[in-house]
Design a protein around this ligand. Structure first.
Ligand code: HEM
Length: 267
């Protein structure tokens, strides 16, 4: 960078603050709409960072790095801290009353968080994949390309099982070669391995706990989102066309990593 270029390089130009502040474009003159937009945009930025970190976790667990477990835990810790912020942010939007939301809700038309491709990408990485979530987006779009790539890619769970194999555990072969697009089903053979880890291997049992934290953290967000929906629109259907809170409740207690929950009863 020349001296001139470096003098012109500022906080604003680096972070593109002018461009960033031009991205909030309310469709009404209602006071609360800007909050609604900012909250959602901030969520999308955090989703981007979460995906960035989870990609690193998968890369590490899939690598021959001898410290992969410790490094993956480090990134998971960051994701978990972000998840706490994502849950806490719900409080801010809950300061908006149902009547305040109604002042601009009709301007949202069919737009809904249901169409957040980055949220679906996070779900895909956790093994919660659905073809319908992909075909909702036009071919060639950023969203479609991202989802297609994650549809075919191993989930965090698959990378974790390969890591355990490299750590010397007898992970059942059918689990190591499973179809990565299929839902993650409980496996008694994997559960046996996990119970052994919890009993004898504190280092890897910590990693297991961080995966449970991740699974629980997402469920915690889902729960808070449902409560926010209930207090803001009650039993009304969503702008995205679902039954609203009723539909959201059906997604609530679907764990991403069932084996890590199943084993709790065997101690
Ligand atoms: C007043 C606030 C909010 C209300 C009333 C609301 C309402 C809803 C409803 C009813 C759904 C179900 C789909 C539909 O029919 O639209 C939904 C889904 C969703 N919303 Fe919200 N939402 C709010 C805020 C947020 C925020 C701040 C985010 C952050 C990104 C968000 C992200 C999502 C996501 C990711 C889904 C899909 C969940 C799934 O399919 O499991 N929502 N929302």
């Amino acid at each position: 960078m020349t001296e001139r270029e470096s003098a012109a390089f500022t906080y604003g130009s680096y972070l593109k603050v002018d461009e960033l502040l031009a991205l909030q474009q309310p469709r009404s003159d209602e006071h609360d709409e800007i909050l609604f937009i900012i909250i959602h945009q901030v969520y999308e930025l955090w989703f981007r960072e979460v995906l960035h970190e989870l990609d690193r976790v998968v890369r590490l667990l899939d690598s021959a790095d001898r410290e992969a477990g410790a490094r993956a835990q480090h990134s998971l810790k960051r994701v978990l801290t972000i998840l706490k912020v994502l849950v806490a942010q719900v409080d801010i939007l809950e300061t908006m009353t149902p009547l305040e939301f109604l002042t601009f809700r009709d301007r949202l038309a069919a737009a809904s968080g249901f169409q957040s491709d980055q949220f679906r990408q996070v779900e895909f990485m956790l093994g919660l994949k659905s073809r319908a979530a992909i075909t909702r987006f036009d071919e060639g779009t950023r969203a479609r390309i991202g989802l297609e790539a994650r549809w075919a890619a191993p989930t965090i769970w698959d990378a974790f099982l390969h890591y355990l194999k490299r750590e010397g555990y007898e992970v059942p072969e059918d689990q190591l070669t499973r179809d990565v697009t299929a839902p993650i089903e409980p496996s008694p053979g994997v559960q046996e391995v996990l119970v052994r880890i919890y009993r004898t291997d504190p280092r890897n049992s910590e990693l297991c706990e961080r995966l449970v934290d991740l699974d629980e953290g997402i469920q915690e967000w889902r729960y808070r989102h449902i409560k926010m929906v209930e207090r803001t629109i009650g039993r009304k259907p969503g702008t995205g066309g679902s039954s609203g809170a009723e539909y959201l409740k059906s997604t609530l207690s679907r764990p991403a990593f069932p084996d890590l929950w199943e084993i709790r009863a065997s101690f």
